[in-house]
Every structure is written in C-alpha cells, then in structure tokens.
Ligand binder design. Structure first.
Ligand SMILES: [Zn+2]
Ligand SMILES: [Zn+2]
Length: 345
C-alpha cells in the first residue's frame, strides 16, 4: 500500500464536515483480523476473527462490516467498527500524519518558491522552505494467538488468549467447548499411561498418572478461576472485582476453599448435584495431588488421617487410572454446573 496516497481512501465528508477515509485493514496470514473489546473493564480485550462466515449462518448477514460482535472474554457487544485495536488505530494515525505532513510541505513549497535573493534597496524578507523528513508509518502486525476456536453453533473461526466465554459472531456461550477439549487431553494421558507402563515400566506409568492428576486439579482450579473472574467483573466495580480476584490465591486448589468463595461472593453452590461418595472421592484425589506435588509422592500424617488409609506414613502413594478417570469426570461435572450458572449458553 502506498501510504502517500491516503487520498484514494477518501470517501467524502461526514455530516459535521470532517473528512472521512475508509482504509482497508488486511487480515494476517491465517486470514484473521484483530479486534479489541471496547469495554474498559475487560481484562484481556484482544481477539481475532475470521472474515469468512459459514454459509448456513452467513445468509442472514446483510453487511458483515457493520455486524455487532460479542467480546469472547467479557460478553460485551458492540459494532465491529468500534472494535479496532490500538495498534490498528496507531497505524492509521501514523499514515494520516504522514499524509498531513506531505500536504503541508507541498503547500509550503508552493507558497514560498525559490527565487533569487533581492539585492539591497527596499526592506525585504527572504524565506525559503526546506521540506523536512516525513514521519514514518508505524509498523503494524497482528499478535500471535495460540487458541484457535471454531464455534460449535455457527462454525465461525476466531482466535483468543486462553479460554473464551462467547463466540464473537453468534454470542453463544462457548466455554464448555474448552472444558471438553481439556478433559479429552487428560483422558488421553490416562489411557496412554498403560501402554507407556508396558514399554518403560510401572514407575513411568505412575509418573504419568501423577501428571494427569495434577492436570485434573489444574482443570478445576483454572476453569473456576476464569468463571469467578467473569462473574465477579459483571457484578462488581472494577476496583472491588480486582480486590476479590486477588484474594483467590491458591484457594481453588482446595474443594472447600472454592466452595466458600463461590458461596460467599456469587451465591453459587459449586457442588450442587454431587453425592457424598463423589465428594469424598474427590477430596482424596485432591489430597493425593497435594502429596505428589509437595511431599515427593510419600504419604504424610495429614493425608493418612484424611484418606483414613492403613498405609504407613512415608510409604509411596498409589495412584490408579480408574480413580483419576472418576475424578476427572466429577471435576467436569462440577465445572460444567458452575459455568451453566454463570454464562448463558
Ligand atoms: Zn471484553
Ligand atoms: Zn458462534
């Protein structure tokens, strides 16, 4: 694009007499275009959208460029044209500045043509205009985002940081998709542990199961954290929300810690629908993960009491694939319930 030809993007004047330009912004190599949420309190803001829409959904769209998009992180809806990223605006501004400078230089050059200096006589002022260096046009590129998502409902493709709560196009609650994908990864780890064990020995298989258990706790902690942040930012001022979010710390690594915080701040019973057996089994699985992470996988006195086990203190913890599978399904159930309370699907 020749930036000095900004003129060709001029589309006329607005009602209040301002010049209007329409500058095309190209998508990146993956066909995605950056957008930034217009809600000031939105934490993440930046996401990317495809410029293509699935036929089934696209038929109802009259003008894609004027669509209302939903922020995948906070759910704020706004016209696509209000969601330019800071980078895109800076890029266009720098292009405008260069255009303005160039026009100004041309005017100055025309106003003060070079002429021979007058020789004495009358009092005169001689002026010469030296065109300066033009301001450069800012570099502009879209950020790399790891998570690419295709909406289950409308098949729209977009990219985000971490997890999204909404599809930008159809606004459907999409976070369950992320939960299912993460759960599936852990299921694969668990089932692969048997094969790895037969090839490399039981110790390696146990280590793999230990990692899978860590991931189950991570799934619980991570998704509840996102869910809590989403809900608390909707119901509190930014200042209050920031304070409450800071207080989470590692509380969501414990079932009772998460339970109390959700009950107190959001009136949500996170273990609704879980029976006592499921809850107890989950408590033990979480305690096992604690032993693995903080005590080299050797049973300590606290665990012995909690799990009411006959195993000796300092003996090695045993982890079974079925137990982790069950914990994963319970965690999935709990997180899905919390998400259904928080995000409309
Ligand atoms: Zn947002
Ligand atoms: Zn969608």
């Amino acid at each position: 694009m020749d930036f000095d030809e900004l003129e060709k993007y001029r589309t006329g004047k607005s009602e209040d007499g301002h010049d209007q330009f329409s500058v095309p912004i190209k998508p990146d190599e993956d066909g995605l275009l950056g957008r930034e949420c217009s809600n000031e309190d939105c934490e993440t803001k930046y996401f990317k959208i495809s410029l293509e829409v699935d036929d089934a959904y696209g038929k109802e769209i009259e003008d894609f460029s004027q669509l209302e998009l939903t922020c995948p992180y906070c759910g704020n809806a706004d016209n696509m044209q209000h969601l330019h990223t800071t980078e895109q605006i800076e890029w266009i501004k720098s292009m405008m500045m260069r255009g303005i400078h160039k026009t100004f230089q041309n005017i100055m050059a025309r106003s003060f043509p070079k002429r021979p200096k007058p020789k004495g006589g009358m009092f005169s002022i001689s002026m010469e205009f030296q065109p300066g260096t033009l301001p450069s046009v800012r570099h502009y590129a879209e950020e790399k985002l790891k998570q690419e998502v295709v909406c289950d409902r409308c098949r729209f493709r977009y990219a985000i940081y971490g997890v999204s709560f909404h599809c930008p196009l159809c606004s459907a609650g999409n976070i369950l998709q992320h939960l299912e994908r993460s759960a599936e990864t852990i299921r694969i780890l668990i089932s692969e542990s048997a094969r790895i064990g037969s090839e490399h020995g039981q110790k390696v298989a146990q280590a793999m199961l230990g990692n899978a258990l860590e991931d189950v706790v991570g799934l619980f902690e991570g998704f509840l954290k996102y869910a809590y942040q989403y809900a608390i930012r909707k119901s509190s001022s930014k200042e209050d929300a920031d304070k409450l979010i800071q207080k989470i710390r590692t509380n969501f690594q414990r079932l009772s810690g998460a339970e109390e915080i959700f009950r107190r701040d959001l009136s949500i019973e996170i273990f609704y629908g879980l029976d006592a057996v499921e809850r107890d089994a989950l408590e033990i699985a979480f305690a096992k993960r604690h032993v693995l992470t903080h005590n080299l996988g050797l049973i300590d006195a606290k665990f012995k009491i909690k799990a009411q086990t006959w195993n000796r203190v300092s003996s090695e913890l045993e982890i079974e694939a079925d137990e982790i599978k069950r914990s994963l399904e319970t965690v999935r159930k709990v997180v899905a319930h919390v998400l259904s309370e928080i995000v409309p699907t």
